[in-house]
Design a protein around this ligand. Structure first.
Ligand SMILES: [Zn+2]
Ligand SMILES: [Zn+2]
Length: 164
C-alpha cells in the first residue's frame, strides 16, 4: 500500500519554489495522496539562537506531530543543522518524515526538488549511494549541485520493490 505524504511549508518559503511540487513528486514516488499545508509557523523551541539555525531533528518531531498517520515533509527557508554538523540540506527519519531547508539551494526549485527526492529516498529505505545518483551524499553546495537528480538503476529497483 502506498503511503500518504503531507507537505508542510514554512511561511517564509517563497511560493515560486514549491510550484507544482506535489505533481512533480508524484512523477517519481508512488504516494497515494499528497496534501500541501502552507504558512506553517515553526516552533521557537527548535531555534538555536546562538547558531542562528534551526535544529532539524527538533523540527522533524514537530513535523511528525502535524501529520500523524502520513509521512511528513517540512520545507523551511532558514538554515538548519543537526548536532555534529555545521549545516544540513535536510534530514530524514524512516517512518517519520523529512525536513529540507531551501536556505543553501540558490532559490532554485529544481535544486529543492533534488534535495526532497534525496531525503524521501531515505524514507523509502535507501542509504547513500556512490554511483551517479540522487542518493549520493553531499558535503557542500557544490557537491549537491553536481550530483544527479535521479535515482540510479540499483536504487530505483529498491524503491520500486519497497512495500513501505
Ligand atoms: Zn542523505
Ligand atoms: Zn543509487
Amino acid at each position: 500500500m502506498s503511503p500518504d505524504l503531507t507537505i508542510l511549508v514554512d511561511s517564509k518559503v517563497s511560493p515560486s519554489l514549491i510550484k507544482n511540487i506535489d505533481q512533480l513528486l508524484l512523477e517519481v514516488f508512488s504516494f497515494n495522496n499528497i496534501v500541501l499545508v502552507e504558512s506553517i509557523l515553526l516552533p521557537h523551541s527548535c531555534w538555536d539562537k546562538s547558531r542562528h539555525q534551526y535544529n532539524a531533528s527538533c523540527l522533524l518531531s514537530f513535523a511528525k506531530s502535524k501529520a500523524s498517520n502520513e509521512i511528513a515533509a517540512l520545507i523551511i527557508a532558514t538554515d538548519a543543522y543537526v548536532p555534529g554538523l555545521n549545516f544540513v540540506f535536510g534530514v530524514a527519519a524512516r517512518d517519520q518524515g523529512i525536513v529540507v531547508s531551501t536556505f543553501r539551494l540558490e532559490n532554485d526549485p529544481e535544486f529543492l526538488l533534488k534535495e526532497i527526492t534525496h531525503e524521501l529516498g531515505h524514507i523509502f529505505g535507501l542509504t547513500h549511494c556512490s554511483l551517479p545518483c540522487v542518493m549520493t551524499f553531499s558535503n557542500s553546495v557544490w557537491e549537491a549541485r553536481m550530483k544527479s537528480n535521479i535515482f540510479c538503476e540499483k536504487c530505483w529497483d529498491k524503491i520500486s520493490q519497497e512495500k513501505y
